[in-house]
Ligand binder design. Structure first.
Ligand code: NDP
Ligand SMILES: O=C(O)C1=N[C@H](C(=O)O)C[C@H](O)C1
Length: 270
């Protein structure tokens, strides 16, 4: 089979640059285009050079339509508004859309659902094998332990991150809720400040730390009387997420339109 041509949107971002390097060094895929927003200072620059590589002969552009039309997939780690726009264009082009963007609101998910009627959309708050395995372990632990165990999700990220709790933290909270057979929306405590009163039984709490260059640390604590279980993941290299995104794109190639997740790619779905 010919190499899968992948367009990197948000090409000059932290993940965009990492994706360009990862795609370049991975067999079976090739960089088919690089997109940045209108007015970006990176427009016209070579995508390879932007990523710290020798030139690839691919200029960064702000016009996704003609680029998507010649590609088989798009790797998207941008912002919710940008992702919704790219989903429509990827659906028109009938190409795979791998979405790593976090902070998606319910209406953004609804827009992705609509686009997924025509194209394969693979979305996950974390593309790493380790975090997706962690989510399975959290689901099991939450199922095994009743509400005598309080569940808290703690995350820390770099100072530039704009959304909270992280997509991963929400994914882990959802796994815990699924383990308990409850809806996360009814049990999540995302912020605490002031006189909060005692902790509601069955709450799934979130705590967010931001600072420095931390790539992504997540812990789920299940605390009972006199004992605590902590399940954790530490990311030390963004290439971890990029490798997962490329694996996801290759897995998604040729699938029927619809919404998929990393759990599908990794064979973690029941
Ligand atoms: N699922 C996962 O495994 C992971 C998800 N993420 C998520 O990916 C997203 C990006 O993270 P990160 O790379 O650190 O962020 P950055 O801000 O470094 O990168 C985002 C890039 O997207 C660009 N962009 C924004 N809007 C558009 C648009 N309309 N068209 C084209 N490009 C656009 C930005 O340009 P500009 O700066 O000019 O606005 C920027 O270059 C976040 O939501 C993050 O949480 C990150 C790591 C792993
Ligand atoms: O913004 C980031 O950097 C990351 N975002 C994702 C998230 O919100 O969970 C994944 C990873 O932790 C890095």
């Amino acid at each position: 089979m010919t190499d899968m041509g992948l367009v990197i949107v948000g090409a000059a971002g932290r993940m965009g640059r990492t994706l360009i390097r990862t795609v370049t060094e991975t067999e079976g895929v090739a960089v088919a285009g690089a997109i940045e927003r209108e007015g970006s200072p990176f427009l016209g620059q070579d995508a390879g050079v932007v990523a710290g590589l020798p030139p690839l002969g691919i200029p960064v552009t702000d016009d996704p339509l003609p680029v998507f039309a010649k590609a088989q997939g798009v790797l998207d780690f941008t912002s919710p508004a940008a992702t919704v726009g790219f989903a429509e264009i990827a659906a028109q082009a009938r190409i795979v859309h791998v979405v790593g963007t976090t902070g998606l609101a319910p209406e953004d998910h609804a827009a992705l659902d609509a686009a997924a009627r025509h194209a394969v959309i693979l979305q996950s708050g974390n593309m790493s094998l380790g975090v997706n395995l962690l989510a399975q372990l959290v689901r099991q632990a939450a199922k095994a332990l009743d509400e005598d165990f309080d569940i808290e999700v703690l995350e820390m990220h770099h100072r530039h991150k704009v959304d909270a709790p992280s997509g991963t933290a929400l994914m882990l909270g959802k796994a815990a809720a699924e383990g308990r057979d409850v809806d996360l929306n009814d049990h999540a405590v995302r912020v605490r400040d002031g006189i909060t009163g005692p902790r509601p039984r069955g709450a799934i709490g979130f705590a967010t730390l931001r600072g420095g260059s931390v790539i992504g640390d997540h812990s789920v604590m299940l605390s009972g009387e006199g004992e605590m279980i902590t399940l954790s993941h530490h990311a030390s290299d963004r290439a971890l997420f990029a490798r997962g995104a490329v694996k996801a794109a290759l897995w998604a190639r040729g699938r029927k339109p619809g919404r998929y997740s990393m759990a599908d790619v990794l064979g973690f779905t029941d």
